[in-house]
Structure formats: structure tokens, C-alpha cells
Design a protein around this ligand. Structure first.
Ligand code: NAD
Length: 541
């Protein structure tokens, strides 16, 4: 079975699939379709729940040796994986584009380039970021004690991504988990199974020891089996509804989870902003990946006075966008990922229409294209009481509302169950900072939009229903390790005053601890020294 004949560099993938297919039940497979053309991209056998458990067991065994490797050794594999990606960059981009519908160029700019940067950063910096650190312990240090934190890997990390960034999200999380000393099992989205297998192939070609990165293919049931297999951590990216199911299932084994969920991200444009730039940013932020980014601009609030000019510029720019199949280099807006997703967009556009908003451009499936194409759609007269301004659309729509004052803008932006990202546009940097800090979102840009997931050095995650925990940055790395506190008493000559047996002298000393020692002040603590000596003498008898 040659599953990916359109992608010449997928030789290992084809061999692997042949091997897997022989073992697997041939009828039990996912068919991956190109949403732009409806053509079959390939087929992948579904990993059964038993095989998922076995994969996690194999990953646990592999962890025993992998955790002993040095950071430098791990970095060699990650840097080799980078080389593998670079050597087949166009083929990977075409595969991503074929499975997801996004433009081929965008697969490079928004997935491959950022994840290459993330790989080099964590290959070079994880050792420094996880260096054992001494902790200041205040007055305990005067008693000859010291504390150090060392970081241990968790074991097996289970990664369950969405389909919208099917390469960069699971690959980046896997690389960070590996650098921290964990092994990994990824359950790719059922809409992009071949891109998932490509990640496994890249690590295999990089020479990574067996079972350090494995793929379990399938839909929700396979993901649920991965959660039930009780890995050390689940890194989940997807909808709020699935995130809740995973958190509930993971609780059965006390497995901790990072949840990267949805967004309804606001863009605030003040009248003093550079409107030409803001218009370009709004168009890219709303229509990149056909609006199927968790950090897409889903609501635009423009200050009255600038609304007319900004809206005109946005409409002009939107009308110039070329929508077509993703493999053409001139395509700016590709296909949507699935019929289910396009149906949500249609529902929301109808909701806007019915509620009195105006569809300025787009507002329909593209009649000249056969696949799942929805035209980039600009909507004016939107307001927060419309359902479509509250629910995540995840499609190429840009609803525009107006505001009068800074306070209004902040209130409207925060009027959402979500809080993933936001952007503020103004020439007044002090105002930009001030407003940014009042927005309830995990990342807020001033005069920038959408792309901060691409900065692997910075933490990524949401407030409110947009998620729990972080990926990327030092904070994301900390999710993939368990800190261990090593506490040493270098002058262990005397018993501690709080040891047994207790007595009236002991209780008096404990009062001194509460009143003086717990102030953190040396001077105050000095007042209890006579009582402390009395207590030590009592214990020393
Ligand atoms: P989804 O929740 O339908 O599926 C996500 C993944 O979970 C898939 O791999 C799916 O197979 C798996 N899954 C489904 N049911 C499961 C279960 N019971 N147990 C275990 N796994 C299960 O989401 P989707 O439609 O693939 O993705 C779209 C959503 O992802 C949007 O809401 C978007 O905002 C969000 N997203 C968030 C971020 C972020 O960083 N915050 C990034 C990308 C996408």
C-alpha cells in the first residue's frame, strides 16, 4: 500500500505504513481527504486501545534509558530532526496543506519556520532553563540549612493536538518533552493523520532511540485510550468540550493536564493607531489559515471616528485576497478543514445577518471553487449581544464593532468566556501597555497580532475557558518536569527544637517561633534565643 504517492520524500512513511497495515485490521483505518479537492491524501490504520496501552508501556521502558541521556545528547537528536525537516521542507508543507487546506506558503511561515526556531531554542537552552537552582530560605539558612531545586522528567507525555496546526504544535511539544527527558506518545487529529506520522518519521530519520516518540492514530476513542493509559502528563489542544472530557478522565489517575482551548480573540484599534497597518493586521489575523487559528482575530473593536476609514481599508484588502487550493503559491486563503467547521461559520454569519449586522463582503461559500471554501467575510454593525460575537467561530469572519472610550474597549474585549490572546493598536505606547494589562488574556500584543505562538521562548496559554497551564517558554518547560526540593542541614549536631517529646518548655518555644521567627526578622528572632537554648537543653538531656 503506497499511501502518499504525491509526496516523494515520504518513503519511510510508506514503508512504515506497509508494515503497520499488514499487522492491522485493513478495514479499521482513517482516510485523510484534501478539503480543497476532496481527493484522498492517504489512509492510516487506527491504533486500537490495546495498542495504545502497549505504546505507552514501550514509552515507559524507553524512558528508563532516555532520562539518563545528557542535555547535549538530546540536543543532537533535536538538531538532526531540524535538518530532516529542512531537507524536505516543501514536501512537508505540501502534506500539511493537503490535509488541512491551508496555503502551502502559510504551512512554511506559520508552522515549519516557527517550530524550527523552537527546536533550536530548546535544544540549546533546556539545560540552562532546568539548571538546579538554590532557593533563599530566609532564617532557616541561619540554622545551617540550604535548599536546592532539581528538575526531574515526568515519564511519558501524551500529546493530543487539534488539526489546525497539525505539525508545529505536536512537534514543538514533543521536542520540549524530549529535551526535558520524557518520552512521548502523540495522538494526532483524525483530520491530519499523515502529518502526525510524518513527525514520527522525522525523529526516526534523526536516529532517535526506538519508542521515544510514537504515534497512535485515530479519533476521540484513541485519544481517550491514551488518557486512560495514565501517562505522566497530557498536553491537549482542542475544544473546550473535549478539554473538559479529558480533564475528567485524567482525574481518575490524577494525571495532570495542560489544556490549550478555544478563543474569541479581540483586536482593539484606537483612533490614533496607524490604520493602514491595523487594517493589514486585521485581515491577516482574521483570515490566515481561513480563520482557523485559536488566536485568530474573532472580534474587532474600533474607536468611533476611525471606524469608517479602517473598515474601508479592511474591505478593500479583503477583496484583493486570492482564494484557491493551498498548493498554489499565489493563494492567500485556502480551504476550511471540514464540513463541520464550515457549517459553524455559516450558522454564525446567519446569526449576524438575522441580528442586524451587515455583511460587507463574502458571507457565502465560494461559488467558483468546489472544495470547502468559505469566502473571507467582513461584517459591520456587530455587537456583543449577538451570539456569534460570543461563540468561537473558527472561520474566515471579521465582525467589526465600535467603542467610544478606553474603558468601553476594555469592557467589550473582556466580555467573553475566553481569554487566549488579544491585540491593542495605538501610537501611544503607554496607553497600549495600560490597556494590554487590563485585558483578560494569556498573550496581549500591542501593534502586533496573532503570531506569538510562533515565539517558542514565551509562554503560551489562556485565561478563563481558553485553557489551563502553559506550553512554550520556561513556564511550558516547567509543565514537563517535576521539581524536587533537596534540603540539607550542614550542621546536624543538635536535635531540632520542634522534635518530640513535647513539654511546657516546647510549647513556649513554639509560641516564640510564631511570634518572632515567623516575622522573618533576625532582630525579632534574637528575642527568642534564651527560650530556644532552654528547649535544646531540654531535648539534649
Ligand atoms: P477537538 O476538541 O474536537 O479535538 C482535539 C483532539 O482531541 C483531536 O485529536 C481529537 O481526536 C481528540 N479527542 C476528541 N475526543 C477525545 C476524547 N474524549 N479523549 C481524548 N481525545 C479526544 O478540537 P478540534 O476541532 O480538533 O480543534 C479545534 C479547537 O482547538 C478550537 O477550539 C481551537 O481554538 C482549539 N485550539 C486551541 C489552541 C491553543 O493553543 N489554545 C491551538 C489550536 C487549536
Amino acid at each position: 500500500m503506497n499511501i502518499v504517492t504525491n509526496f516523494p520524500f515520504c518513503d519511510i512513511l510508506n514503508q512504515k505504513m506497509d508494515a503497520v497495515a499488514k499487522e492491522a485490521d485493513q478495514t479499521n483505518e482513517i482516510v485523510s481527504y484534501n478539503p480543497a479537492t476532496g481527493a484522498e491524501v492517504g489512509r492510516v490504520p487506527i491504533t486500537s486501545p490495546e495498542d495504545v496501552r502497549t505504546a505507552v508501556e514501550r514509552a515507559r521502558t524507553a524512558f528508563q534509558s532516555w532520562k539518563k541521556t545528557s542535555f547535549a545528547e538530546r540536543a543532537v537528536y533535536i538538531m538532526k530532526a531540524r535538518e530532516m525537516i529542512l531537507s524536505q521542507i516543501d514536501e512537508i508543507a505540501h502534506l500539511i496543506s493537503a490535509e488541512s487546506g491551508k496555503p502551502f506558503g502559510e504551512a512554511i511561515s506559520m508552522e515549519i519556520a516557527p517550530v524550527l526556531d523552537l527546536l533550536q531554542y530548546f535544544a540549546r537552552n533546556t539545560e540552562k532553563l532546568l539548571r538546579p537552582a538554590r532557593v533563599g530560605i530566609g532564617l532557616y539558612a541561619l540554622l545551617g540549612r540550604s535548599s536546592r531545586i532539581v528538575y526531574h522528567p515526568l515519564g511519558v507525555v501524551g500529546i493530543i493536538p487539534a488539526w489546525n496546526y497539525p505539525f508545529s504544535i505536536p512537534l514543538g511539544e514533543a521536542a520540549m518533552a524530549l529535551m526535558a527527558g520524557n518520552t512521548v506518545v502523540i495522538k494526532p487529529s483524525e483530520l491530519t493523520p499523515l502529518t502526525g506520522l510524518k513527525i514520527e518519521e522525522i525523529f526516526e530519520k534523526a536516529g532517535l532511540p526506538a519508542n521515544c516518540v510514537q504515534i497512535a492514530s485515530g479519533a476521540g476513542e484513541t485519544g481517550a485510550a491514551l488518557v486512560d493509559a495514565a501517562p505522566g502528563k497530557i498536553m491537549f489542544t482542542g475544544s473546550v468540550a473535549t478539554g473538559k472530557k479529558i480533564a475528567t478522565a485524567a482525574a481518575q489517575n490524577l494525571t495532570s493536564v495542560v489544556l490549550e482551548l478555544g478563543g474569541k480573540d479581540p483586536m482593539i484599534v484606537f483612533a490614533d493607531a496607524n490604520l493602514e497597518l491595523a487594517a493589514g493586521a486585521a485581515v491577516w489575523g482574521a483570515f490566515c489559515n481561513s480563520g482557523q487559528s485559536c488566536s485568530s482575530v474573532e472580534r474587532l473593536y474600533v474607536q468611533e471616528g476611525a471606524a469608517e476609514e479602517l473598515t474601508r481599508k479592511i474591505i478593500e484588502k479583503t477583496r484583493q485576497l486570492k482564494q484557491d487550493t493551498g498548493y498554489k503559491e499565489t493563494t492567500s486563503v485556502g480551504a476550511m478543514s471540514s464540513e463541520r467547521q464550515i457549517a459553524i461559520v455559516e450558522d454564525h454569519v446567519e446569526d449576524f445577518r438575522a441580528a442586524g449586522a451587515k455583511i460587507e463582503t463574502g458571507g457565502r461559500r465560494n461559488p467558483s471553487l468546489e472544495g470547502l471554501f468559505y469566502e473571507p467575510t467582513v461584517i459591520t454593525n456587530a455587537s456583543n449581544d449577538m451570539r456569534a460575537m460570543q461563540e468561537e467561530t473558527f472561520g474566515p469572519t471579521l465582525p467589526i464593532a465600535t467603542f467610544a472610550t478606553e474603558e468601553d474597549a476594555i469592557r467589550l474585549a473582556n466580555d467573553s468566556e475566553f481569554g487566549l490572546t488579544a491585540s491593542v493598536w495605538t501610537r501611544d505606547h503607554a496607553k497600549g501597555q495600560r490597556v494590554a494589562e487590563q485585558i483578560e488574556a494569556g498573550s496581549v500584543c500591542v501593534n502586533e497580532v496573532l503570531y506569538t505562538h510562533g515565539i517558542g521562548q514565551t509562554p503560551w496559554g489562556g485565561f478563563k475557558n481558553s485553557g489551563r497551564g502553559r506550553t512554550h517558554g520556561r513556564e511550558g518547560l516547567m509543565e514537563l518536569v517535576q521539581p524536587q526540593h533537596i534540603h540539607v542541614n550542614r550542621i546536624a549536631l543538635l536535635p531540632d527544637a520542634w522534635w518530640m517529646p513535647y513539654s511546657p518548655t516546647a510549647v513556649m518555644t513554639f509560641r516564640g517561633f510564631a511570634r518572632y521567627f515567623a516575622t522573618g526578622s533576625v532582630l525579632q528572632t534574637a528575642r527568642m534565643l534564651p527560650q530556644l537554648l532552654k528547649r535544646i537543653k531540654e531535648l539534649w538531656k
